[in-house]
Design a protein around this ligand. Structure first.
Ligand SMILES: O=C(O)CCC(=O)C(=O)O
Length: 319
């Protein structure tokens, strides 16, 4: 009897998961962003139905309890910033990600620093596994190191059509209260030069011309395997001391490199919850001009800008 009930619940959970995955894949194909998604009836109604199905099973299946706790946690985080029942796609992907094999983090207790490493050696040792690594000598000839600043981006994004970011472009406000790049570059001088209310934001390039223009200031890191393809968009994170990204895990497609163009940033990597007993949290500082390579789809991560200069990071995924 209990077994039959358990099977029914497992089936319901599977159906719920499939429904969410279907919605997520539709959303991905339409390239909708969070605020578009919040407007969708399907998110409000189907999300609520699926969640109710999951709730029904919580006594029978410990996994349902786990999903419920995660859902409540994510809902709490999301409701504090957005009026949306489920923030899709990233949170749902987090909820339904398959359990990790803890060999991904067992034995990792610090970050490794390397320099002058060949692409072949990098590929063999680090490019496609979960060992976080910092390459210390890969940005020396980048114009970005000299030229990137708040003013540089303000000028870049307020000039012509390059910065015409729309709601379809990715923007992360964190705790800044800023809702778009337009808000960022409309900040008063005091806040912009880090003497006013603290802020930290992230965004991805959104247009080919924008990505191409920015790539004129940095190049593909020399250590990447020659066959590795870079994604069509790059990611930027910028902000002041004490600020950063909250603890989260990504659901992007690939591993990424993240160049600390300016400022110093503390990274805290945590194993996925199912590996808490097998693995350790690790923390390290990425110094100016260093490049961190980490699989942010598998390590939970949090960042904090350290006292001193503004932090500017540029990064990209590679396959
Ligand atoms: O660089 C940061 O502060 C955040 C980076 C991050 O969260 C990510 O790449 O997923």
């Amino acid at each position: 009897m209990i077994q039959t009930k358990t099977k029914t619940c497992e089936k319901k959970l599977k159906i719920a998961e499939l429904k969410i995955l279907k919605i997520v894949s539709k959303i991905n194909s339409l390239k909708l962003n969070d605020s578009d998604i919040c407007q969708l009836d399907v998110v409000q109604k189907k999300g609520a139905n699926i969640l109710a199905g999951v709730l029904k099973c919580r006594v029978v299946l410990p996994v349902a309890i786990l999903i419920l706790v995660s859902a409540v946690w994510w809902l709490y985080l999301d409701l504090s910033t957005k009026k949306c029942l489920l923030a899709i796609p990233s949170t749902s992907k987090t909820l339904f990600r398959p359990p990790e094999d803890c060999s991904m983090c067992a034995g990792v207790d610090s970050v490794t620093r390397v320099a002058n490493i060949s692409a072949r050696e990098f590929e063999d040792l680090y490019a496609y596994n979960t060992i976080p690594v910092i390459v210390t000598d890969a940005t020396q000839d980048w114009k970005a190191v000299k030229e990137f600043s708040f003013e540089f981006f303000r000028e870049f994004y307020q000039r012509g059509s390059l910065g015409r970011q729309t709601s379809a472009c990715s923007f992360f406000a964190y705790n800044s209260g800023l809702r778009s790049l337009a808000d960022v570059f409309a900040m008063d001088e005091q806040r912009a030069n880090l003497s006013g209310a603290p802020w930290y934001v992230g965004w991805s390039t959104c247009f080919e011309a924008e990505t191409a223009a920015l790539r004129g200031y940095y190049s593909r890191p020399y250590f990447l395997p020659p066959a590795a393809e870079s994604d069509a968009v790059d990611w930027l994170f910028m902000g002041g001391p004490g600020q950063g990204a909250h603890m989260h895990v990504d659901s992007v497609r690939h591993v990424s490199w993240q160049a600390q163009v300016r400022g110093r940033k503390r990274w805290q990597l945590a194993p996925p919850p199912e590996c808490l007993y097998a693995c350790r949290q690790i923390s390290f500082t990425v110094a100016p001009h260093e490049i961190l390579v980490v699989d942010t789809n598998r390590w939970y991560h949090r960042t904090t800008v350290l006292p001193g200069d503004i932090s500017i990071t540029i990064g990209a995924e590679y396959d």
